[in-house]
Design a protein around this ligand. Structure first.
Ligand code: NAD
Length: 256
């Protein structure tokens, strides 16, 4: 379905970003990966799906590096047809204890990076009259949780940016939508499981159950594979007129 298209997924060396990159590659899209940590393993996983893969190590907190990454993607594959703004970090603390430097980093990586990548991707998408911008927000783009002020503020911002991007391009073939996952068991969440296990003297399994019990009626984690399939839907022809949605995949979290 996506042969000949190029997808750039930020923060795709791990977790949800890697899951979405794989799902798009399975549909034939060439992939530009980005993120820290092991970069060889994810590149090999994508190449094994029979598409072209490239990697750029831009730090998403830096506008100049995002500009370099977007230029690299265009130079390598011609243009970016599908942009998935996914890179994100978390920090958990009460507002009065929240380290100012962590606030700034979360706003930069989780919100401002999506603005930069979007503004740089739009001209080529509009010229081609086809494009998909998928913002990985969170259920925290729709509701709050205590001790996550920066993350919740950034993710609500991402949902707002999604709506404006959709509206400004509503008469074109460029759509923009947000994905709002509940708990997904990635390294970002495992850190919170570990913190809960230590704080409450629980085993890993008990801490996971406790985490789900607090918020997610299904008592199941959403998987990167399921989120990848949702991204594929947004890229399909059936998604042509899905614009500005903030689509939850949250086991009933926001239905409560
Ligand atoms: P993860 O920690 O597994 O992956 C995060 C990715 O972002 C990694 O590839 C990491 O290298 C990259 N990254 C971090 N800082 C970066 C930076 N400065 N520049 C470039 N890349 C950077 O986490 P995840 O759970 O897969 O999170 C991915 C996205 O999904 C985030 O935006 C997160 O907020 C969102 N999300 C996660 C959950 C969840 O339960 N895990 C739920 C809702 C939304």
């Amino acid at each position: 379905m996506l042969q000949g298209k190029t997808a750039l997924v930020t923060g795709s060396t791990s977790g949800i970003g890697l899951g979405i990159a794989k799902a798009l590659a399975q549909q034939g899209a060439n992939i530009v990966l980005n993120g820290f940590g092991d970069t060889q393993g994810p590149q090999a996983e994508i190449a094994a799906l029979g598409v072209k893969v490239a990697y750029h190590g831009a730090d998403m907190s830096k506008a100049s590096e995002i500009e370099a990454m977007m230029k690299f993607a265009a130079d390598t594959f011609g243009r970016v047809d599908i942009l998935v703004n996914n890179a994100g970090i978390q920090h958990v603390a009460k507002i009065e204890d929240f380290p100012v430097e962590r606030w700034d980093a979360i706003i930069a990586i989780n919100l401002t990076s999506a603005f930069h990548a979007t503004r740089l991707a739009l001209p080529a998408m509009k010229a081609a009259n086809w494009g998909r911008i998928i913002n990985v927000a969170s259920i925290h783009g729709l509701v709050g949780s205590a001790e996550k002020s920066a993350y919740v503020a950034a993710k609500h911002g991402v949902v707002g940016l999604t709506k404006v991007t959709a509206l400004e391009n509503a008469t074109t073939g460029v759509t923009c939508n947000a994905i709002c996952p509940g708990w997904v068991l990635t390294p970002l969440v495992q850190k919170q499981v570990d913190a809960k296990a230590v704080a409450m003297g629980l085993s890993n399994e008990e801490a996971k159950k406790q985490l789900l019990q607090e918020k997610e009626p299904s008592m199941q984690f959403t998987t990167p594979e399921e989120l990848g399939e949702l991204a594929v839907f947004f890229c399909s022809a059936a998604g042509n007129n899905v614009r500005g949605a903030a689509w939850n995949m949250d086991g009933g979290w926001t239905a409560q």
